[in-house]
Design a protein around this ligand. Structure first.
Ligand code: 0RA
Length: 809
């Protein structure tokens, strides 16, 4: 059916030319050192692949040709990005290959096709589609252009064959579908995270006014649509959504000079924190750079000159400083530059010198103009700045006072704190422990040489709602500050003076515990961001379960670990009628059943689970059945009676139609469960869908252990199971016998020895490092959790059971 594009008539016996060898070497280099191209191969690098592909579509939008981007997480672990741009180029390229093949196999080839095209995005690493292709077990590129649908498929970056013409088409655009290679992304549990992707695509949509991005997760049916006609202005409203803005209108301006495009949006709220995010070519420049410097300078200058011109400073003698003006300011600075220079430790600092002056003069002009035109709002803003300056003055006095006091005390540490003996910060750890009783146990249990313990009583002050000066009068905070030795205040912290390189938050696994943890994290995030950025903050993970069998004890961190443990210890060998199955094989079998169930579940949006189960278990020759209308009709008729015979399945109605078009058989099965109707589409293609391939292979493995019904011999008795799940339930029940399982509700239930074993001992303990990758999401999280508005907080807590998860990406 598919026909080869004539210009790339390379046949199976094609000769390798110098170009091919270069391509192969290039792909190999990427696979050998993926970190050099995408940063790392953790879950972050894994998501980075998506951004690389999506950036090409965003570029097509910036070039003026693409309105919609559809991103879909598929059930088989692949993801596709579908844009309605002009379609990736196809046809002969000077290298002799097809242009499409060049884009997806030659390093740094992307975007070099139409000469002066406006290419500004290109991801943090900006490495292009070929890198994603090289790191994917399978990748498929499709281009719809000139009325033709073209396609090329690759494995680990190597084309399966030439670009094919699939058939005619009426649309235009590009679809890239890829599945990251798990040989590269080796950590367990790699999967696309809806929230992570959703945050990034929301951000991209904010930064590119008008662009529509739709994200769908096929497994869960979750969908997110982003489109903002007012771009960055709406971004600022979003930043302020859980705060109280002090003026209604978002201040917005844009300008362009020397091919540098600048967009700025800003609005003050009544909080005390600053939320300024700056972007260069859609990339969050965490480390700032020339655009931020230009913005800050102009903001300070313009506001001061307006204030004195209008006589708003009155009796305030000092000048208002930048930080006073930025208190409570939410702002987005977005620049688009042709040749961005990214500098700094994480390459997120904009270096282009020319940008500073451009941003500065734009803000000087337009902000002054805006203030002149809005005198009422201008007064509100300046009054707030003056207030902040006064508070800063008071805080400085208070801080001097605390400094002097600690000096008088001889720098002694709080009485409740048990310090460690070691003085080298790299070796020192500070445990912040919830409650005096757990704190007491921790003091007894710890390694005195390197571990310090500070018990925190009750809840520390909510720093999101309190200004600096008030915060310093809080006992718990004071204790922590003097213990850490860094000083306090966003601009005044010296993280290099810190006395511990691990600050470990240890709270109970309950609602209060997570509240206290959130309060502490907010404190560090707002007041010592550098300490967080350096990666000094950790979260202890005390175990949730203790399993005891005879003399041996095991601590288990969560539900999944408990199941895993039960499987390991509780399973013995057993005998299927006629053959003995050894422990290792049995374990594999039981895990197989588990996996089979989870695959059925994750495919259940696309395939009714009972229809799928029937096809796998009752249809003997699925390949030929799916290709033959008569056979398929017969099988589906059997499905109807199979379902009718089992009312417990909950399926009240089954209907189907089978049709053959152009020699291709397709069936639609409609199932009704109570009020839910769903359609399952069956065709001969499905045999090759990877979720079907995987589930069939597990099914075959289970069949090789025992066919159904399975009969188990237990001594002189026999027990029969109709399906594998019954057997699974039975064996899990048995595996708990003789095992005592304790569920810990709080740290207080552990004695010092247990606390040492599970949570303090560096050999055994499980620490989560807190990192903030997504600053906007983190800011939002803290504002929602700690701010004044009740409704967003209630919703957030409902949606995100564990805050730590969202921080620890
Ligand atoms: C260069 C030129 C043309 C299209 C593209 C790049 C393009 C690339 C990608 C990658 C993903 N989506 C894309 N959309 C467009 C147009 C060449 C022509 O005019 O035929």
């Amino acid at each position: 059916m598919s026909e080869q594009v004539s210009t790339t008539a390379v046949s199976a016996d094609k000769q390798y030319g110098a170009d091919d060898i270069q391509v192969l070497e290039g792909l190999e280099a990427v696979r050998k050192r993926p970190g050099m191209y995408i940063g790392d191969t953790t879950i972050r690098g894994y998501h980075h692949l998506v951004y690389e592909i999506a950036d090409n579509a965003v570029d097509e939008h910036l070039a003026g040709f693409c309105k919609n981007i559809y991103v879909t997480i598929h059930t088989d672990g692949s993801l596709s990005v579908d844009d309605n741009g002009r379609g990736v180029p196809v046809g002969p390229h000077k290298s002799g290959k097809d242009a499409m093949e060049v884009v997806y196999t030659v390093l740094h080839a992307g975007g070099k096709f139409d000469g002066g095209a406006y290419k500004v995005s290109g991801g943090l690493h900006g490495v292009g589609a070929s890198v994603v292709n090289a790191l994917s077990s399978r990748c498929q590129a499709e281009s719809h252009k000139n009325g033709t649908h073209y396609r090329q498929v690759y494995h680990k970056g190597i084309p399966d064959g030439p670009v094919e013409k699939v058939g005619p088409t009426t649309r235009t655009g590009t679809i890239v579908t890829f599945k990251p290679d798990l040989e590269i992304f080796k950590e367990p549990g790699m999967a696309f995270d809806f929230n992570t992707l959703s945050n990034r695509f929301r951000e991209i949509a904010f930064l590119n006014a008008g662009l529509h991005i739709c994200l769908t997760d096929e497994a869960t049916g979750k969908k997110a649509d982003f489109q903002y006609a007012n771009g960055v202005a709406e971004f600022v409203s979003f930043l302020n959504q859980s705060k109280k803005a002090i003026h209604n209108e978002v201040i917005y301006f844009k300008g362009e000079k020397d091919q540098v495009e600048v967009e700025i949006a800003m609005q003050w709220n009544d909080s005390y924190s600053e939320s300024i995010y700056c972007y260069a070519n859609n990339i969050n420049t965490h480390e700032g750079g020339t655009h931020l410097v230009g913005f800050r300078g102009a903001l300070t200058r313009t506001t001061n000159s307006y204030a004195s011109q209008k006589n708003l400073l009155k009796d305030f003698k000092e000048s208002i400083e930048g930080e006073d003006i930025r208190e409570g300011l939410a702002a987005i600075i977005s620049v688009k530059v042709r040749e961005p220079q990214f500098e700094g430790q994480t390459k997120t600092k904009l270096g282009n010198a020319e940008v500073k002056g451009i941003v500065e003069s734009l803000v000087n002009d337009k902000l002054a103009d805006w203030l002149d035109r809005n005198p009422g709002t201008a007064k509100t803003i300046v009054t707030k700045c003056v207030e902040a300056a006064r508070a800063r003055d008071a805080a400085r006095k208070a801080r001097d006072l605390t400094r002097r006091k600690t000096a008088l005390d001889g720098g002694s540490l709080p009485g409740k704190m048990a310090d460690c003996q070691e003085r080298d910060p790299a070796k020192c750890e500070l445990y912040l422990v919830e409650g005096d009783s757990a704190g007491g146990s921790a003091k007894m249990a710890r390694d005195r040489k390197t571990q310090a313990v500070l018990p925190l009583k009750g809840k520390i002050l909510n720093v999101e709602k309190a200004r600096f000066d008030k915060m310093l009068s809080n006992d718990e905070i004071k204790m922590m500050i003097s213990a850490l030795g860094t000083g306090i205040g966003k601009e005044n912290v010296s993280a290099d003076k810190i006395r511990y390189h691990k600050i470990i938050i240890m709270t109970d696994a309950d609602v209060d515990g997570s509240h206290i943890r959130t309060l502490l994290l907010t404190f560090f995030y707002r007041q010592m961001p550098e300490v967080l950025e350096k990666g000094y903050i950790y979260i202890a993970q005390p175990p949730l379960y203790r399993a005891k069998k005879g003399q041996s004890e095991t601590y288990l961190k969560d539900e999944a670990a408990l199941t895993e443990h039960l499987l390991k210890t509780g399973l013995d060998s057993f005998e299927v009628k006629g053959k003995k199955v050894e422990t290792a094989e049995l374990r594999k079998f039981v895990l197989g059943i588990q996996k089979f169930n989870s695959l059925l579940h994750s495919s259940s949006r696309k395939y009714d689970r009972d229809v799928l189960y029937f096809l796998l278990s009752k249809v003997t020759d699925l390949e030929s059945t799916l290709k033959d209308e008569a056979k398929l009709t017969k099988a589906l008729t059997e499905l109807k009676s199979w379902i009718a015979a089992q009312p417990t399945l909950g399926v009240t109605e089954v209907d189907f139609t089978v049709q053959t078009t152009d020699g291709k058989v397709e069936a639609v099965v409609e199932t009704t469960r109570y009020a839910d109707r769903m359609k399952t589409v069956l065709s001969s293609d499905m045999i090759n869908f990877s979720e079907i391939v995987e589930i069939r292979s597990i099914w075959n493995h289970m069949q090789s252990i025992s066919k159904l019904p399975m009969t188990i011999v237990k001594g002189s008795e026999e027990q029969s199971f109709e399906n594998y799940n019954e057997f699974y339930e039975d064996i899990m029940e048995n595996s708990k016998k003789g095992i005592y399982i304790q569920r810990y509700k709080g740290l207080g239930e552990m004695n010092p020895e247990q606390l040492w074993d599970t949570t303090l001992n560096p050999e055994n303990r499980n620490l989560l490092k807190v990192t903030i990758d997504d600053a906007v999401a983190a800011d939002e999280t803290f504002s929602v959790l700690m701010g004044e508005q009740v409704e967003p907080r209630r919703k957030f807590i409902q949606d995100n059971a564990l805050l730590v998860r969202s921080l620890d990406v």
